[in-house]
Write a protein that binds this ligand. Sequence first.
Ligand code: ADP
Ligand code: MG
Length: 581
Amino acid sequence: MISAPILGIDLGTTHSLCAVFRDGKAELIPNAFGQLLTPSVVGVLEDGQVIVGRTALELGVTRPELVARTFKRMMGTAATVKLGERSLSPPELSSLVLRALKADAEQHLGLEIREAVITVPAYFNDHQRQATKVAGELAGLAVRRILNEPTAAALAYGYQDPDVEKRLLVFDLGGGTFDVTLMSVFEGALEITSTAGEGQLGGEDFTARLTSWALRKQGMNLEVVELTEPLRAARLLVEAEQVKRRLTDELTAELRLPDADGRFPDEPTVITVKREAFAEAAASLLARLEGPLARSLRDGDCEAEALDEVILVGGATRMPIVIDFVREKLGKEPRIDLDPDQVVAMGAAIQAALLEDDEAVEDLVLTDVCPFTLGVAITKQIGNQYRPGYYLPILHRNTTIPVSKEESVATVTPNQREVVVRVYQGESRRVEDNLFLGELKVEGIPPGPPGQQVLLRFTYDLNGILEVEALLPATGQHFQTVITKHVRGLAPADIERSVRAMQELKFYPRDQLANRELLHFAERIVGEVATFQREALEDAVDYYEHSLHAGEPELFERARQELILVLTGLGFPYGEPDSES
Ligand code: ADP
Ligand code: MG
């Protein structure tokens, strides 16, 4: 019997994709549209059915209130997103993307998928990792490993030549996150030396920057336009995204200015954007790439000259202004021989093969690091005063994981009967500037003078999830907690409730997604055409919508052809899903 492979998943802010390891290599899996990249967008239709990807993206143009996107940025927070009647948490939304990918893989492989490796930015904190793991569980996937995205990318590259000794720098600029990771490869072992990054910097910021640059040229301000003319702002952002991508291949591109209703007049104002002008407008964003780059090199005790390879990851690294920046800062031609959009999913599939003991990868060893410092709050005695709120680091940033480390703390007042161990993550001296992760109460300390010892043990596993234990030597009592179990929304009872809620949600039939997308596309165009053209289009849309549910293939095909014909006649050809590779 063939056992189902572990699915490798790149759960991205803007796009997600998945791969499996088969016949000695990573194989990317196409979605219902035959495409490898699925937009990380979730929609809930009025009848409660869920749509994911391109179809949801299209629905969002006319019905933004039914669609959620960029929820990866909310992972690990208590935020919820309202979609129609429902309120969904970030792990729940992510689970719907994962469910769609799982269905695509099952369709492609003809096997039921039960297990996954899911990637996260190296900079994801404990809460965010735990939330990602929960998302997998909600999708009916046992999450075998949470893997850092740059590690996955390096796996995809490092696997190619396991015998060469190299120092690698992975530069990952996605839609909304930026990560730099320094790694070394030798004798088939891949070791992370250091990692740094920023959670709020990505390709979308470049699009926004281009938009506000264009508006400024017209004497307008993006923030003001967003408030007073949201339709113009929304349309302009879509236009700027296209211009940004065109500037990847061309030296100049033309940006059309939509009117206040978000439409392009017959003769719109056109702004010619030169690549240099874009680079100038984005200069301060490029400058922000420098900090994490320098920090990862410093932490890894590595000079730029000592790097053997620089690997580019993430769609935003396609931009020549970013490639130029990397080349200039590191004095090296970066590698882009694997598609920067795809390397993370490929690496996740290789990690999956490692977990499955696939013989093709048996020579590869992987070590990873804890990307931030973890510690506890302590009270310090300064002179004869006790001052609370100081930070005692226990696991230092960039320690190789898995790791377990002990540290002792002591009571500060006479007859102190309990110690509340408050756990934080971050680099600051004072805990108030760090992220509070959770606490562990140590009780039953026998009465006595101050200075009674409490032994703390921090264990950080390969998924980047922290366990804290405390031992009271005076009594031999042992206290233990997995820190993130206490995050709001992630307690076992919450997860059970959420599993039930997610199971209730029905997915729109996968094989009908493309047809549904055509409906939403046509609905959008209804709002864009001139009044005199509108009626004919609406008739075609009504007929098509009716035929979607009528269950008569011939009628449906006729309605579909007619709608496409009408759209084409109006100058809005429907971009039929193609199979990209
Ligand atoms: P994530 O991992 O965050 O989902 P991706 O790796 O999919 O992100 O990258 C998405 C970003 O890449 C978007 O901001 C998108 O605009 C940008 N991008 C994709 N293709 C291009 C291109 N050809 N030129 C410039 N930017 C691009
Ligand atoms: Mg990514």
